[in-house]
Design a binder for this molecule. Structure first.
Ligand code: HMG
Length: 367
């Protein structure tokens, strides 16, 4: 049995103030909207106005997580931010966020980068820091935040998005994070953004193969020596990094085939345990580091203490890891759900011409 020592004490989420339905992008690119809706499983793209930065996105998620936590800033001993939307090559995003929050003192502060896997690494490091005793009972503030934008016309454009998730890592009121996890990494140039370039370079087809390989390796390690169906049956939800929902479906089908399940069985588990966790991802689009954790936050809502969730993290380059979480006594309250409900109800909808103006403004601001 997995040894559990620490975990998530509170959660805060934030989506930016604009969103565009993928149908608008399809009209702009002259593409059948079903390619985006059905072929990729996408629904809405979260967007940031030019004056709204990654610092705003990450800081607001952090404020929300802190507001639901009983401790105060003096009890924080670490701030770690996973992102691939860095604003500086030297100064970590954590310093910008700490500035916003008024967080200073005896605190370890740093940014973690490994594409979409960076947020998971930050969370694990925070948990391991507490488990090791080095934290001396201090809490960690962990943020995963990104703004995912591709070059206009890039095949990745319909998968764009943005979002942030913040956790206070301390007593596992919301969820414990299992000590055991299974990682797999394999160097590849599937998706990368060279220094000084605004948008990622993507080998789309290679990226799909890397993701599937990572999922297969991590799930095989999770179930090794046991009946895979019995292992996966323990989880109330199986969450994935969500670059776009169809990617998750393809990867889960592969996992099921390797486990020897029938197509009907795979579809049934996918419908029961995988697909429902992606509802908020369809409202955010790909939010890179935050993407998996938005799915996990959705899955934890309303769980009874003791129920389990699996979390498969993937970051291009590539690195991956599967973790398990066990719901704590306050998961059932799901206070963080109101963050998404409020942001989605307040955000403005952008149409195709608004999107063109926005992209021009973002380009001007970056120049
Ligand atoms: P594409 O090449 O334009 O799309 O881009 P396609 O032609 O392969 O079509 C996609 C699907 O739509 C296909 O379904 C088509 O059949 C279907 P499939 O055969 O795959 O099941 N389709 C239609 N369906 C219904 N009605 C229609 C229709 N037309 C076509 N009319 C690609 C796809 C994923 C390559 C592109 O979106 C891309 O480059 N995305 C970015 C890379 C990415 O997201 N990769 C995922 C794995 S890597 C990852 O997760 C890491 C990442 O998050 C970054 C990080 O770690 O930081 C990206």
């Amino acid at each position: 049995m997995t040894k559990i020592d620490t975990g998530i004490a509170s959660i805060g989420l934030h989506l930016p103030p604009l969103a565009m339905p993928v149908e608008e992008l399809a009209s702009l690119r002259g593409v059948d909207p079903d390619k985006y809706r059905i072929g990729l499983g996408c629904s809405e793209i979260s967007l940031c106005p030019p004056e709204f930065s990654i610092v705003d996105l990450a800081s607001e998620a952090a404020r929300r997580a802190l507001s639901r936590w009983e401790g105060d800033l003096d009890d924080i001993g670490m701030i770690a931010v996973g992102t691939e939307t860095a604003v500086d090559m030297s100064r970590p995003l954590s310093a910008f966020v700490a500035d916003e929050l008024g967080l200073a003192g005896s605190i370890r502060s740093y940014e973690v980068k490994h594409a979409c896997y960076g947020g998971t690494l930050a969370l694990r490091q925070a948990c391991e820091w507490r488990m090791s005793g080095a934290a001396r009972d201090k809490a960690a503030l962990v943020v995963a935040a990104d703004i995912a934008l591709y070059e206009q016309g890039d095949p990745g454009e319909p998968t764009q998005g943005a979002g942030a998730v913040a956790f206070v890592v301390e007593r596992p009121e919301i969820a414990s994070v299992g000590v055991e996890s299974h990682a797999w990494s394999q160097p590849a140039f599937d998706f990368y953004r060279p220094v000084g370039e605004a948008y990622p370079r993507v080998d789309g087809k290679l990226s799909l193969e890397c993701y599937k390989k990572a999922a297969q390796e991590c799930f095989s390690a999770l179930t090794r020596g046991e009946n895979p169906a019995d292992v996966l049956e323990q989880f109330s939800a199986i969450c994935f990094h969500v670059p776009f929902p169809k990617m998750v479906k393809k990867a889960f089908h592969l996992v099921g085939e390797v486990a020897g399940w029938t197509a009907e069985r795979i579809e049934q588990i996918y419908n029961d345990k995988v697909e429902p966790a992606m509802r908020w991802n369809q409202l955010s689009g790909n939010s890179y580091t935050a993407s998996l954790w938005i799915a996990v936050a959705h899955a934890l809502q309303g769980l009874k203490a003791g129920e389990q969730v699996a979390a498969f993290s993937y970051g291009s380059g590539f690195g991956s890891e599967i973790l398990s979480l066990i719901a704590g006594p306050r998961a059932k309250d799901a206070e963080w759900a109101q963050d998404i409900e409020r942001d989605v109800s307040r955000r403005a909808r952008v149409n195709a011409s608004g999107y063109n103006l926005l992209r021009a403004a973002v380009r001007t601001a970056a120049a």
